[in-house]
Design a protein around this ligand. Sequence first.
Ligand code: AVJ
Length: 322
Amino acid sequence: MTEPELDVHREPADTAAALREDVRYGFSAAQKWLPAKWFYDARGSELFEQITKLPEYYPTRAEREILAREADEIARVTGAPTLVELGSGSSEKTRLLLDGLRSSGTLKTFVPLDVSASALEEAVTAIRADYPGLDVRGVVGDFTEHLGLLPGGPPRLVVFLGGTIGNFLPAERSKFLRSVRDVLTEGEWLLLGTDLVKDPDTLMRAYDDAAGVTAQFDLNMLRVVNELLGADFDLSRFTHESYWDADNEWIEMRLRAREEMTVRIPGADLTVRFADGEYIRTEISAKFRAAGIAAELAESGFAVQRWWTDEQNRFGVSLARA
Ligand code: AVJ
Protein backbone atom coordinates (compact mmCIF):
# COMPACT_ATOMS: atom_id res chain seq x y z
CA MET A 1 0.00 0.00 0.00
CA THR A 2 1.27 3.52 -0.78
CA GLU A 3 1.81 6.00 2.02
CA PRO A 4 -0.93 8.57 2.20
CA GLU A 5 0.36 12.05 1.37
CA LEU A 6 -0.08 14.29 4.36
CA ASP A 7 0.02 18.04 4.62
CA VAL A 8 3.00 18.45 6.94
CA HIS A 9 3.25 21.63 9.02
CA ARG A 10 5.68 20.03 11.41
CA GLU A 11 8.86 18.30 10.28
CA PRO A 12 11.00 16.14 12.61
CA ALA A 13 13.57 18.95 12.94
CA ASP A 14 10.85 21.40 14.09
CA THR A 15 9.64 18.80 16.53
CA ALA A 16 13.02 18.49 18.23
CA ALA A 17 13.36 22.29 18.31
CA ALA A 18 9.91 22.68 19.87
CA LEU A 19 10.66 20.00 22.47
CA ARG A 20 13.98 21.68 23.26
CA GLU A 21 12.16 24.95 24.07
CA ASP A 22 9.56 23.18 26.21
CA VAL A 23 12.24 21.20 28.07
CA ARG A 24 14.35 24.29 28.77
CA TYR A 25 11.29 26.22 29.97
CA GLY A 26 9.58 23.43 31.90
CA PHE A 27 12.69 22.11 33.66
CA SER A 28 13.83 25.53 34.81
CA ALA A 29 10.54 26.13 36.67
CA ALA A 30 10.37 25.58 40.45
CA GLN A 31 7.82 22.83 39.76
CA LYS A 32 9.21 20.87 36.80
CA TRP A 33 6.70 20.17 34.07
CA LEU A 34 6.37 19.25 30.38
CA PRO A 35 3.39 19.75 28.04
CA ALA A 36 1.19 16.68 27.54
CA LYS A 37 1.56 16.74 23.75
CA TRP A 38 4.98 15.09 24.16
CA PHE A 39 3.34 11.76 25.03
CA TYR A 40 2.35 11.21 21.42
CA ASP A 41 5.13 9.72 19.35
CA ALA A 42 4.24 6.47 17.57
CA ARG A 43 4.57 4.40 20.74
CA GLY A 44 2.73 6.94 22.90
CA SER A 45 -0.18 7.13 20.44
CA GLU A 46 -0.34 3.35 20.48
CA LEU A 47 -0.32 3.26 24.28
CA PHE A 48 -3.09 5.85 24.35
CA GLU A 49 -5.19 3.61 22.08
CA GLN A 50 -4.67 0.83 24.66
CA ILE A 51 -5.73 3.19 27.46
CA THR A 52 -9.04 3.88 25.70
CA LYS A 53 -9.87 0.18 26.04
CA LEU A 54 -9.03 -0.17 29.76
CA PRO A 55 -11.88 -0.93 32.18
CA GLU A 56 -10.91 2.09 34.35
CA TYR A 57 -10.72 4.59 31.47
CA TYR A 58 -14.39 5.49 30.96
CA PRO A 59 -14.15 8.77 28.90
CA THR A 60 -13.79 7.11 25.49
CA ARG A 61 -16.76 4.79 26.02
CA ALA A 62 -18.92 7.54 27.54
CA GLU A 63 -18.21 9.92 24.65
CA ARG A 64 -18.79 7.18 22.09
CA GLU A 65 -22.20 6.53 23.66
CA ILE A 66 -23.13 10.20 23.16
CA LEU A 67 -21.82 10.38 19.58
CA ALA A 68 -23.59 7.15 18.60
CA ARG A 69 -26.86 8.52 19.95
CA GLU A 70 -26.53 12.06 18.54
CA ALA A 71 -24.57 11.73 15.27
CA ASP A 72 -27.68 12.07 13.11
CA GLU A 73 -28.84 15.10 15.08
CA ILE A 74 -25.38 16.70 14.75
CA ALA A 75 -25.48 16.13 10.99
CA ARG A 76 -29.03 17.53 10.74
CA VAL A 77 -28.28 20.67 12.80
CA THR A 78 -24.92 21.51 11.16
CA GLY A 79 -25.39 20.27 7.58
CA ALA A 80 -21.60 20.43 7.36
CA PRO A 81 -19.71 19.53 4.15
CA THR A 82 -16.37 19.59 6.02
CA LEU A 83 -15.44 17.82 9.22
CA VAL A 84 -12.19 19.07 10.82
CA GLU A 85 -10.85 17.01 13.71
CA LEU A 86 -8.24 18.52 16.03
CA GLY A 87 -5.98 15.98 17.79
CA SER A 88 -7.55 13.26 15.70
CA GLY A 89 -5.41 10.27 16.78
CA SER A 90 -7.05 7.13 15.42
CA SER A 91 -10.28 9.02 14.48
CA GLU A 92 -12.13 5.94 15.71
CA LYS A 93 -15.11 7.71 17.35
CA THR A 94 -15.18 10.24 14.53
CA ARG A 95 -16.46 7.55 12.20
CA LEU A 96 -19.82 7.90 13.96
CA LEU A 97 -19.93 11.54 12.84
CA LEU A 98 -18.70 10.74 9.34
CA ASP A 99 -21.50 8.16 9.07
CA GLY A 100 -24.09 10.70 10.24
CA LEU A 101 -22.91 13.41 7.84
CA ARG A 102 -22.60 10.98 4.96
CA SER A 103 -26.11 9.63 5.33
CA SER A 104 -27.50 13.16 5.52
CA GLY A 105 -25.72 13.73 2.18
CA THR A 106 -23.67 16.83 3.07
CA LEU A 107 -20.19 15.36 3.67
CA LYS A 108 -17.37 16.08 1.18
CA THR A 109 -14.12 16.64 3.08
CA PHE A 110 -12.53 15.25 6.23
CA VAL A 111 -9.52 17.07 7.70
CA PRO A 112 -7.87 15.20 10.58
CA LEU A 113 -5.03 17.12 12.30
CA ASP A 114 -2.59 15.48 14.70
CA VAL A 115 0.98 15.92 15.98
CA SER A 116 1.65 12.23 15.45
CA ALA A 117 2.42 11.51 11.78
CA SER A 118 2.27 7.75 12.35
CA ALA A 119 -1.17 7.81 14.00
CA LEU A 120 -2.42 10.15 11.28
CA GLU A 121 -1.09 8.01 8.43
CA GLU A 122 -2.83 4.96 9.82
CA ALA A 123 -6.11 6.82 10.34
CA VAL A 124 -6.05 8.44 6.87
CA THR A 125 -5.36 5.11 5.16
CA ALA A 126 -8.17 3.34 7.04
CA ILE A 127 -10.71 6.11 6.49
CA ARG A 128 -9.93 6.43 2.77
CA ALA A 129 -10.52 2.68 2.45
CA ASP A 130 -13.83 2.77 4.30
CA TYR A 131 -15.21 6.04 2.88
CA PRO A 132 -14.64 5.94 -0.88
CA GLY A 133 -15.25 9.31 -2.50
CA LEU A 134 -14.51 11.24 0.70
CA ASP A 135 -11.76 13.86 0.27
CA VAL A 136 -9.45 13.11 3.23
CA ARG A 137 -6.74 15.71 3.92
CA GLY A 138 -4.51 14.70 6.80
CA VAL A 139 -2.58 17.56 8.42
CA VAL A 140 0.46 16.90 10.61
CA GLY A 141 0.55 19.81 13.00
CA ASP A 142 -0.03 21.26 16.41
CA PHE A 143 -3.53 22.59 16.99
CA THR A 144 -2.12 25.37 19.15
CA GLU A 145 -0.15 26.66 16.14
CA HIS A 146 -1.60 25.52 12.84
CA LEU A 147 -5.28 26.39 12.99
CA GLY A 148 -5.18 29.02 10.28
CA LEU A 149 -4.26 26.52 7.59
CA LEU A 150 -7.24 24.21 7.62
CA PRO A 151 -8.80 23.40 4.24
CA GLY A 152 -12.40 22.58 3.40
CA GLY A 153 -15.60 24.44 2.55
CA PRO A 154 -17.94 26.15 5.02
CA PRO A 155 -19.94 25.64 7.10
CA ARG A 156 -17.20 23.52 8.65
CA LEU A 157 -17.73 21.41 11.74
CA VAL A 158 -14.61 21.49 13.91
CA VAL A 159 -14.53 18.68 16.47
CA PHE A 160 -12.27 18.47 19.50
CA LEU A 161 -13.07 15.21 21.23
CA GLY A 162 -11.98 13.01 24.08
CA GLY A 163 -11.65 15.78 26.64
CA THR A 164 -8.29 16.88 25.21
CA ILE A 165 -9.26 20.50 25.90
CA GLY A 166 -8.68 19.53 29.54
CA ASN A 167 -4.93 19.41 28.86
CA PHE A 168 -4.82 23.22 28.71
CA LEU A 169 -4.45 25.39 31.77
CA PRO A 170 -7.51 27.69 32.12
CA ALA A 171 -5.78 30.73 30.57
CA GLU A 172 -4.45 28.70 27.61
CA ARG A 173 -7.88 27.14 27.23
CA SER A 174 -9.65 30.42 26.69
CA LYS A 175 -6.89 31.54 24.32
CA PHE A 176 -7.31 28.31 22.39
CA LEU A 177 -11.12 28.60 22.17
CA ARG A 178 -10.78 32.17 20.92
CA SER A 179 -8.23 31.08 18.32
CA VAL A 180 -10.66 28.43 17.05
CA ARG A 181 -13.43 31.02 16.97
CA ASP A 182 -11.13 33.40 15.05
CA VAL A 183 -10.47 30.96 12.20
CA LEU A 184 -14.19 30.19 11.81
CA THR A 185 -16.67 32.38 10.05
CA GLU A 186 -20.06 33.08 11.56
CA GLY A 187 -22.34 30.07 11.30
CA GLU A 188 -19.59 27.44 11.44
CA TRP A 189 -19.58 24.87 14.23
CA LEU A 190 -17.56 23.50 17.14
CA LEU A 191 -18.28 20.12 18.74
CA LEU A 192 -16.43 19.89 22.05
CA GLY A 193 -16.00 16.82 24.28
CA THR A 194 -15.37 17.45 28.00
CA ASP A 195 -14.86 15.03 30.85
CA LEU A 196 -17.00 15.91 33.88
CA VAL A 197 -16.22 16.32 37.57
CA LYS A 198 -17.02 13.14 39.47
CA ASP A 199 -15.89 11.23 42.54
CA PRO A 200 -12.08 11.40 42.96
CA ASP A 201 -11.73 7.64 43.22
CA THR A 202 -13.13 7.00 39.75
CA LEU A 203 -10.96 9.80 38.36
CA MET A 204 -7.76 8.64 40.05
CA ARG A 205 -8.22 5.07 38.83
CA ALA A 206 -8.89 6.23 35.26
CA TYR A 207 -5.40 7.78 35.29
CA ASP A 208 -3.61 4.99 37.17
CA ASP A 209 -4.95 1.68 35.90
CA ALA A 210 -4.27 -1.70 37.50
CA ALA A 211 -2.55 -3.11 34.39
CA GLY A 212 -0.04 -0.23 34.40
CA VAL A 213 -0.67 0.94 30.83
CA THR A 214 -1.08 4.57 31.92
CA ALA A 215 2.23 4.31 33.80
CA GLN A 216 3.96 3.16 30.60
CA PHE A 217 2.24 5.97 28.67
CA ASP A 218 3.43 8.53 31.22
CA LEU A 219 7.01 7.20 31.26
CA ASN A 220 7.04 7.20 27.46
CA MET A 221 7.44 10.98 27.62
CA LEU A 222 10.93 10.54 29.11
CA ARG A 223 11.74 8.09 26.32
CA VAL A 224 10.67 10.75 23.79
CA VAL A 225 13.04 13.26 25.45
CA ASN A 226 15.82 10.66 25.35
CA GLU A 227 15.19 9.95 21.69
CA LEU A 228 14.78 13.50 20.39
CA LEU A 229 17.28 15.30 22.60
CA GLY A 230 19.77 12.54 23.43
CA ALA A 231 18.88 12.68 27.14
CA ASP A 232 19.84 9.90 29.55
CA PHE A 233 16.63 9.55 31.61
CA ASP A 234 16.56 6.13 33.29
CA LEU A 235 12.83 5.29 33.18
CA SER A 236 13.16 2.72 35.94
CA ARG A 237 14.09 5.50 38.38
CA PHE A 238 10.70 7.25 38.05
CA THR A 239 7.23 6.17 39.17
CA HIS A 240 3.92 7.22 37.70
CA GLU A 241 1.22 8.78 39.90
CA SER A 242 -2.18 10.33 39.34
CA TYR A 243 -3.31 13.15 41.62
CA TRP A 244 -6.72 14.84 41.94
CA ASP A 245 -6.41 18.58 42.55
CA ALA A 246 -9.79 19.30 44.15
CA ASP A 247 -9.40 23.10 44.10
CA ASN A 248 -8.60 23.31 40.41
CA GLU A 249 -10.78 20.31 39.55
CA TRP A 250 -8.12 18.67 37.46
CA ILE A 251 -6.18 15.41 37.41
CA GLU A 252 -2.41 15.62 37.29
CA MET A 253 -0.11 12.92 36.00
CA ARG A 254 3.25 12.96 37.69
CA LEU A 255 6.56 11.16 37.28
CA ARG A 256 8.26 11.00 40.66
CA ALA A 257 12.01 10.44 41.07
CA ARG A 258 12.68 7.36 43.21
CA GLU A 259 16.04 8.79 44.25
CA GLU A 260 18.29 11.78 43.82
CA MET A 261 19.79 11.95 40.34
CA THR A 262 21.32 14.10 37.61
CA VAL A 263 20.04 13.84 34.03
CA ARG A 264 21.89 15.11 30.99
CA ILE A 265 19.90 16.53 28.07
CA PRO A 266 22.51 17.46 25.41
CA GLY A 267 19.93 18.42 22.79
CA ALA A 268 18.69 21.14 25.14
CA ASP A 269 22.17 22.06 26.49
CA LEU A 270 20.85 21.20 29.91
CA THR A 271 21.76 19.22 33.00
CA VAL A 272 18.83 18.67 35.35
CA ARG A 273 19.01 17.66 39.01
CA PHE A 274 16.23 15.79 40.75
CA ALA A 275 15.87 15.52 44.51
CA ASP A 276 14.66 12.21 45.92
CA GLY A 277 10.86 12.30 45.59
CA GLU A 278 10.74 15.34 43.31
CA TYR A 279 8.24 15.01 40.48
CA ILE A 280 7.67 16.22 36.91
CA ARG A 281 4.10 17.21 36.07
CA THR A 282 3.43 15.65 32.66
CA GLU A 283 -0.25 16.38 32.24
CA ILE A 284 -3.20 18.21 33.65
CA SER A 285 -6.58 16.83 32.61
CA ALA A 286 -9.25 19.28 33.72
CA LYS A 287 -12.74 18.06 34.56
CA PHE A 288 -15.71 20.28 33.82
CA ARG A 289 -19.22 21.25 34.88
CA ALA A 290 -21.99 22.06 32.40
CA ALA A 291 -22.38 25.68 33.50
CA GLY A 292 -18.64 26.33 33.32
CA ILE A 293 -18.27 25.01 29.78
CA ALA A 294 -21.25 27.01 28.53
CA ALA A 295 -19.79 30.18 30.08
CA GLU A 296 -16.33 29.59 28.60
CA LEU A 297 -17.75 28.94 25.14
CA ALA A 298 -19.90 32.07 25.36
CA GLU A 299 -16.90 34.17 26.44
CA SER A 300 -15.01 32.89 23.41
CA GLY A 301 -17.72 33.96 20.98
CA PHE A 302 -19.64 30.71 20.59
CA ALA A 303 -23.36 30.16 21.13
CA VAL A 304 -24.07 26.74 22.65
CA GLN A 305 -26.90 25.09 20.73
CA ARG A 306 -26.95 21.60 22.26
CA TRP A 307 -25.53 19.89 25.35
CA TRP A 308 -25.54 16.12 25.84
CA THR A 309 -24.18 13.73 28.47
CA ASP A 310 -23.97 9.95 28.63
CA GLU A 311 -26.52 8.02 30.75
CA GLN A 312 -24.21 8.04 33.78
CA ASN A 313 -23.35 11.73 33.50
CA ARG A 314 -19.66 11.06 33.21
CA PHE A 315 -18.89 13.00 30.02
CA GLY A 316 -20.40 15.98 28.17
CA VAL A 317 -20.52 17.06 24.52
CA SER A 318 -21.36 20.64 23.50
CA LEU A 319 -22.41 21.72 20.03
CA ALA A 320 -21.73 25.43 19.60
CA ARG A 321 -22.15 27.87 16.71
CA ALA A 322 -19.61 30.53 15.83
C1 AVJ B 1 -6.28 12.33 25.27
C2 AVJ B 1 -5.93 14.19 26.69
C3 AVJ B 1 -8.09 13.23 26.54
O1 AVJ B 1 -6.61 13.54 29.46
O2 AVJ B 1 -7.82 11.76 29.52
C4 AVJ B 1 -5.26 9.41 29.15
C5 AVJ B 1 -4.94 11.61 27.84
N1 AVJ B 1 -3.81 10.79 29.91
N2 AVJ B 1 -4.71 8.88 30.25
C6 AVJ B 1 -6.96 12.44 28.99
C7 AVJ B 1 -4.69 10.62 28.93
C8 AVJ B 1 -3.84 9.71 30.70
C9 AVJ B 1 -6.37 11.97 27.67
N3 AVJ B 1 -6.64 12.92 26.55
